[in-house]
Ligand binder design. Structure first.
Ligand SMILES: [Zn+2]
Length: 334
């Protein structure tokens, strides 16, 4: 069907992976537990949903769902009784996580016979966000797989999954997309050439990130990180600036601050290693060249950023974290 959204035609990049999965689906040998590993926003979720549609479809051909049968329509509407998705709830107050209750519900569901189809597909999006109890609960389910149930775990951080889970699942890696691919896609969606060019560079291989950046006003967040570091390097960043910034950032999502932090880290890396490595922000080269911070201090700043990033995953208060980060940078510059 022309406009069915869960079609392989709508997946950008990952052609080899798509071919492999299609073959497995049409050959009836799709693994019963598989990990899709790769960065946020790179196409793992869309791929998993296309697989689910194709696996449940009544008229699947060569791994492509027909798009018109009842199963295809229900999967696309996310209301198929044999299609189950677990994902972290977005919550500003605490770090995102998948609770044991959610995995227990999945376990109960998995024990029942499929209703509409010959099998059932369960997606766990953000599998690294399970705590130990939830992960162990899932492990039990995967170890004694309910017949006809297929588990697809999506993760941006495979190393944070339990070793025992990793060893039970087949892993498929999703590579970063090229900047060209992302730029082409954005232009095909009506984004101006120059903006598409900039976004494709900042997005660092993730189409989802590019689209999110576009939605959040393009490169604004990166500009904000750049301006902050410029001010710090001119010793013009005051405590009042920090409190003002903290007050604004209190309304941000944790993901947004994580993005800000990532931009700041990449800019610092560019400033420090511009002589030896390709710039992560090539379009900013003239402004980066004017940031003068001794290398030793930059390395400490990058370390601080990594530490703050770790704490962002705990339940630490967002505003305090933002302020702690900026105070630390100011202090390190001295
Ligand atoms: Zn179908």
């Amino acid at each position: 069907m022309e406009n069915y959204k869960l079609s392989w035609k709508n997946l950008i990049g990952h052609a080899t992976t798509a071919d492999y999965l299609k073959k497995n689906i049409s050959g009836q040998k799709f693994p019963h537990a598989v990990i899709f590993s790769g960065e946020e926003g790179i196409g793992k979720r869309l791929t998993a949903e296309i697989c689910a549609a194709a696996l449940l479809c009544e008229n699947q051909t060569d791994g492509e769902p027909c798009g018109t049968c009842e199963n295809c329509r229900l999967v696309a509407a996310r209301s198929h009784p044999d299609f189950y998705v677990v994902e972290a709830e977005d919550n500003k107050k605490t770090a995102r996580n998948i609770k044991i209750g959610q995995i227990r519900d999945l376990q109960t569901e998995a024990a029942l016979r499929p209703i509409n189809s010959a099998r059932r597909v369960m997606i766990i999006d953000g599998a690294e966000l399970m705590n130990n109890a939830a992960a162990n609960c899932l492990l039990k389910t995967i170890e004694e797989p309910p017949s006809q149930t297929i588990f697809i775990l999506l993760t941006a951080s495979r190393s944070n999954l339990l070793m025992t889970i990793r060893s039970r699942c087949m892993t498929i890696n999703f590579d970063k997309l090229s900047a060209d691919k992302i730029r082409e896609f954005l232009i095909s969606r009506g984004v101006e050439d120059l903006e598409a060019e900039n976004l494709s560079v900042i997005a660092d291989g993730s189409l989802g990130r590019a689209l999110k950046l576009k939605e959040e006003g393009g490169a604004e967040l990166r500009t904000s990180a750049l301006e902050t570091l410029e001010k710090i390097s001119r010793a013009e960043f005051t405590s009042e600036d920090i409190f003002k910034f903290g007050a604004e950032a209190a309304d941000w999502s944790r993901d947004k601050f994580a993005d800000f932090l990532n931009h700041a880290q990449k800019i610092l890396r560019d400033v420090c290693f511009s002589e030896f490595m390709e710039l992560r922000n090539p379009d900013l080269a003239p402004r980066l060249g004017k940031i003068k911070i001794p290398e030793r201090k930059i390395l400490l700043m990058i370390e601080t950023g990594a530490e703050i990033h770790k704490r962002l995953k705990s339940n630490a208060n967002l505003r305090l974290l933002v302020e702690a980060y900026l105070f630390q940078l100011k202090k390190l510059f001295g």
